[in-house]
Design a protein around this ligand. Sequence first.
Ligand code: GAL
Ligand code: ZN
Length: 690
Amino acid sequence: MRKIVVLLLVLAAAAAAQPYFKPADMMTIGVYYYPEAWPSSQWARDMANIRKLGLEFVHMGEFAWAFMEPEEGRFDLDWLAKNVELASAQGLKVVLCTPSATPPVWLVRKHPEVLMVDAGGRRMEHGSRTQACWTVPRYREYVAGIITRLAERFGQDPRVWGWQIDNELSHYSKQYCYCDFCQEKFRSHLMRKYGNIAKLNDAWGNAFWSQIYQDFDQIRIPNQAELVQQINPHAQLDFQRWFAEETADYIRFQAETLRRHTRNQWVTTNYMALHKEVNPALSARDLDVNTWTHYPVHGNLNEGPLGFRLGSAPDMSFMHDFMRALGKPHGLMELQPGQVNWGDVNPQPYPGAVRMWIMRAFAAGANLVCTYRYRQPLFGAELYHYGLAGPDGVTPTTGGHEYAWAMKDVRILRQLYKADAKEPRAYAARRAGFLYSYDNRWDIDNHKQTARWDTNAHLMKHYRALKRLGAPVDVITEEKDFAGYPFLVAPAYQMADGGLVERFRKYAEAGGHLVLTCRTAQKDRNGHLWEAPWAGPIHDLIGAEIPAYDVLPAPVKGSVMAGARAYDWAAWGDQLKPRAGTTVLARYADQFYAGTPAATTRKLGKGTVTYIGVESLAGELEYDLLRRIYTAAGVATESFPPQYVVDWRDGFWVATNFSEKKLAIPAGPTAKIVIGTREIGPAGVAAWVE
Ligand code: GAL
Ligand code: ZN
């Protein structure tokens, strides 16, 4: 308990140290605006209308390089300065961006080598966005040039609040670049990492299929498009690591370039939710604010009958819990305002959903929410994309009204803000650390062993269970101390080493409740199996051996029993052999190994270690077993239905209902309801003070 308090104090101190977000404001809301796309005669009107919605900041310039530098070396920032002035006149703060996602055509015609090369060896072209490769030194020179101009002009301007670097750094569906500069930089990275080629041959297991290299110069980026059979998974992993580090290096380069000229302005970049190629944890030190982008509704059907209009509560919450746990101010830089244009089918969000998402961000501790975008575009690839104003440029859409509504909610809560509000004990007691690793996601996905395995879905089954139990969750990486968390869940943590296993052991011995799941510690950090029994390093920790695992081809389902209840499974099932002192929680009920244990738990020191070796189809087994672990630890839980999330923030309980049902809020009889009512329907929000 004391450790929890220390952790919270450290987090609170870190939050208080930053000057950009006042704790009493809790959260602020803003919107993207593209002055370059509208007649200058409309700018002032648009800014005034943004203010009328109650919003507090505008975001501009991330795709405007051709307007900022219409010809090489000729800069025009006056139009932007005018908009900073107009925004400020309305009391709106300004977020400016580096325009590196959209190089102007003169640049790429003069230096075609800055254009990325796709897996098929084709050089990408001007005519869309994100076509440049950020590894190419020449591109970085030009980026430095435009950023420096921007920062010289606006870096000391108090009306400019912060900066966004690039936009959703990625090459979208093209993912990686295979240009000569990337090839070369990857090779020199490998040279630095391994020192000599023999070490690389070992790490990549190149004795397999005569893949041995004699020299670093012979290496090319592993690329399935140029390989006859399966890619080398270890080479692939090293490349994914390099790409993420290279992207972090680019973020750092932009942040440092900006900071040479800025004063009292924050720097962020907007990560794509759950996107796999770029790892936000690598840039946590380089940025002042961590932000991400989220479009909950784009034809996705996986969350109950109304999921396609309400989105996924666990997906959204997971990313918030990851961003917040990076330890800086955080929030949503893009949130859907209404229908989007890029899904296969782009339905309307449920009435109230947009406002509910904003309040979910609030409950998750976000410091800012910004929406993409103010006006619906009349031309371009995204012209079916909604905005806060419709095609006439002035009439608020449903989304526009809902942003205004959320801003009113926030103002109600601000009036009731109490700086000394204490986190409720029962809530804190349920806090879980959720150990998350990009390395593991890459390695598992490179080599799944069964097409029915979905890494994200596996993580989400455990995460979703925690939220249904009413637990506050921090999605953390290995750099974090585990000690502050009463519960630590590390699903499918495939690559491990002795040091990590030792940290797990100490964590449990000191009183923590550790939950591991199938695939954990199967491999070392290079993604090799151990020369030991299967997943050998964790046998002592979990108090069981794992002699075998099974996976079932579709449409076969297996059955597993826990207590009196049967659950279907299909993706992965470890067959466990518990040692003395280990309790069986679940057993297979069919297949030739019926009766074999599938999940176990044991006491270790003052804590416990649970191993859930099977993934159930619906995630209900994970939910029931996690509840059992909490109960055995003497910690009371909630029993929320899926898609219902309740969290506490700054003195307020906030419930958000992403489900199709009408649900009661878990407020005590004397609670003061400040937003909503004691029962909330689909897209409903309630906030209360106990
Ligand atoms: C985001 C992107 C924006 C815009 C938006 C449309 O992913 O960052 O620039 O394209 O999608 O929904
Ligand atoms: Zn490249």
